[in-house]
Design a protein around this ligand. Structure first.
Ligand code: IVH
Length: 706
């Protein structure tokens, strides 16, 4: 078996979708069939990952498909395999950019998953080089999109994706939007030393997104009624391959450099990996900040583990560690294959994966009517937080993966953020389970579901559907929009179900007596809510525009519209000439499709009427935009007690990323107390000052991260 351990296949998407038994039990014909299935699956996932930047299984599940295939190929075909998972370069070209050839082929990395595999890698190198102990550099493995950036005489001239390794997409224009990327190499360091500037150098690195930026973009999409991105890698890849660089510039992509392709004259090439990293820094380029140097296998393994421990504190995604021979002379001696260098090895972290039972599949109706199936799970702890639900994406995905209610499923946090079902334990499937049948009618209003051509999602077409109305009202009242504190989901349910609230304008018609009967709580909470509703009449214009829930209008677009329009009435007139002149867009920052979405929204009389009613109820938005542009700008939180899932540091990071501040004492200026268990004194202070207390769930909802 060529030293390969057989890892059971966890094929979230494979034909039989089960944990396969050891492959050596298979007959030759069964193995042949399985090889065909696996090759088909891998090709399918390559297409989703490389071309569409939208994989449906985790990296871990994909790697295991490849391991199973490699093992079967070794046993049942004449393929040779040298341990670890072979690198697959794939092809990330999307067909809409000019193609550009790399001077030196862009390679991928061989992967390992265990300490033993890393030690085998070290042993192989020692054997090959006849050395007693080797000098390694251990770096984090950034989870983004590989890029090659060419500098000629120190000037940035081109940026090309890996493509098929030989040629890739020319994404120079988009890459130039990255704010931390210098357009020319620094000739002199700040300390006054002169830097060598090669005639030509291809620098290799990774484009990625920080977690904070990933969350910001998702929040904005959520508030624009669009589906969420599942992880930062796919979003970084999708963004860089977007065609309009103005759109790319709206997202803060980041870049890190860690390697070199062509370098002329050759003498200017640093002679070790550490020297290269130092040189990159001297040129003023972002690079690996604290590379670890390790002599020998023990130190190397310790350094790998240290990066693993550090991972949770990093603000950006990494999916493993890369171990590289330090000396270039030794690297050259060891050489490369057509796909990967033999002097480097990736060690991939295994995501925490837990088995649990799928109790039910429920359907969530979104603000725009899109139905998202949700897996209701027996709650399990993964990576320090409790997971009880996971998105199932859409009906086709459930059918393709043959997931059934009652199944025991494996749950992972894909990209460490959103829980996903990565496989089914078929051995435990009960015979009485049935394939899931996606409903034909909306579970709330019974309207026949519709699906536009080419779309995977089913939609409830009835905009008066109570579920949609509730989501729209919740969105309008959220802190990301006009911010009516005390109007959470439960209260919205009551107002929509019993209070006759049919749209956001109806909130301003609620009378005191009626509200007290509906709410059934004390006078004080009714008064608080009424006051909050009254105060919201003077929220900033962009908050109202955002709150109207126009498709594709997130907070940023709403701000751009607020700058261009004098008020709600003007916007709601929906006049084409306000947006376009001779087919050209007139509003800075607003995309063509968002402008058309606004026009389409206000072409419907009922949407115009909502704005008219708002104004008739005394809504008077203030013009002006919060300076920092972030939606919690100017808002003050106080944290109290221990939260069930988030650490204090995580909660603070989320608040500050959205522009808010955290204070230690409660005062009249405090907008919210985020409260967990314990911490009574702050809560008492909050109650006496009438400050709104929210729990973790409400906080996450506020951020659009529930
Ligand atoms: S070195 C010639 N170093 O991981 C070797 N790659 O899965 C080129 N990656 O293709 C790669 N962090 O896109 C190297 N510190 C790092 C890395 C890194 C992320 C990416 C790179 C590579 C992929 C393999």
């Amino acid at each position: 078996m060529a030293g390969l351990s057989l890892v059971p296949s966890l094929t979230a998407a494979s034909a039989d979708n089960s944990i396969a038994a050891g492959v050596s039990h298979l007959s030759a014909s069964e193995a042949g069939e399985r090889i065909d299935v696996l090759r088909g699956e891998i090709a399918y996932h390559d297409e989703l990952y490389f071309k569409k930047s939208a994989p449906v299984i985790s990296d871990g599940a994909y790697d295991q498909l490849k391991r199973e295939l490699a093992a079967l190929e070794v046993e049942f075909t004449n393929a040779v395999h040298d341990g670890g998972v072979s690198a697959e370069v794939g092809d990330d070209r999307v067909g809409s950019f000019a193609t550009c050839r790399h001077r030196v082929r862009m390679l991928s990395l061989n992967k390992s998953f265990t300490e033993t595999e890393l030690r085998t890698f070290d042993a192989r190198l020692k054997r090959q080089l006849g050395e007693h102990e080797l000098d390694y550099v251990v770096e984090p493995k950034f989870d983004g999109l590989a890029i090659s950036v060419t500098f000629e005489k120190g000037k940035l001239v081109r940026a090309v994706t890996r493509g098929n390794g030989v040629e890739g997409d020319d994404v120079t224009e988009n890459l130039l939007t990255i704010h931390t990327l210098r357009k020319s190499l620094r000739a002199v360091t700040p300390a006054g030393a002169t830097n060598p500037i090669p005639e030509v150098i291809e620098l290799r690195g990774e484009v990625y997104l920080s977690f904070a930026e990933f969350e910001r973009i998702n929040r904005e999409r959520e508030s624009g009624g669009q589906t969420q991105y599942s992880n930062p890698r796919n979003l970084a890849a999708g963004t860089l391959k977007q065609l309009a660089s103005a759109e790319v510039a709206k997202r803060r992509l980041e870049i890190v450099f860690y390697g070199v392709g062509a370098c002329e004259p050759v003498g200017t090439r640093p002679d070790s990996q550490l020297a290269l990293l130092r040189q990159l820094q001297a040129w003023g380029l972002p690079t690996i900040e604290s590379p670890r140097r390790a002599r020998g296998a023990d130190a190397m393994w310790q350094a790998v583990q240290a990066v693993g421990r550090e991972r949770a504190r990093l603000g950006f995604p990494i999916d493993g560690v890369v171990v590289k021979l330090n000396a270039v002379a030794l690297q050259d001696q060891v050489g490369v294959t057509t796909q990967a260098p033999l002097w480097a090895m990736a060690y991939k972290f295994s995501p925490e994966r837990i088995e649990t039972q799928l109790r039910a599949i429920t359907l969530q109706v979104g603000r725009t009517g899109v139905l998202t199936p949700v897996a209701e799970l027996d709650p399990v702890k993964i990576g320090g937080s409790t997971v009880a639900r996971a998105s199932l994406f859409n009906g086709d995905e459930i059918a393709r993966r043959n997931i059934r209610v009652g199944d025991f499923v494996y749950v992972e946090k894909a990209g460490e953020i959103i829980p996903a079902i990565v496989g089914v334990n078929r051995a435990k499937r009960r015979p009485d389970t049935k394939p899931y049948v996606f409903p034909v009618a909306c579970p709330i209003c019974r309207a026949d579901l519709v699906r536009s051509s080419g779309e995977a999602a089913w939609r409830c077409p009835n905009s008066s559907c109570q579920a949609q109305v509730k989501r729209r009202v919740e969105h309008f009242a959220s802190a990301a929009c006009v911010g009516i504190s005390g109007l959470g989901p439960a209260m919205v349910d009551t107002l929509v179900e019993k209070g006759g609230v049919k749209n956001v304008a109806d909130l301003y018609r609620l009378r005191r007596e009626e509200l007290r009967l509906l709410v059934g709580k004390g006078e004080k909470s009714t008064d608080h809510l009424l006051l909050a509703i009254e105060q919201s009449k003077h929220a900033e214009l962009w908050r109202f525009i955002h709150g109207l829930g126009i498709p594709q209008v997130g907070a940023t677009t709403a701000r751009d519209l607020a700058c261009a329009f004098g008020g709600l009435a003007e916007l709601a007139r929906g006049r084409r000439e306000y947006f376009f002149q001779d087919g050209r867009l007139l509003i800075p920052g607003v995309s063509d499709s968002a402008a058309r979405a606004v026009l389409a929204h206000f072409s419907q009389v009922e949407n115009q009427q909502v704005v008219e009613s708002l104004l008739a109820s005394g809504v008077r938005p203030v013009k002006g935009v919060a300076a920092s542009g972030a939606f919690l700008a100017g808002k003050i939180f106080v944290l109290s007690g221990t939260l069930p899932n988030l650490s204090r540091a995580q909660a603070v990071a989320k608040i500050t990323a959205a522009g808010g501040k955290v204070a230690s004492v409660v005062s009249r200026k405090t907008n919210w107390i985020l409260a967990g268990g314990g911490g009574r004194s702050k809560l008492d202070a909050a109650r006496s000052l009438g400050v709104v207390i929210i729990d973790e769930a409400e906080f996450l909802r506020m951020l659009g991260q529930e």
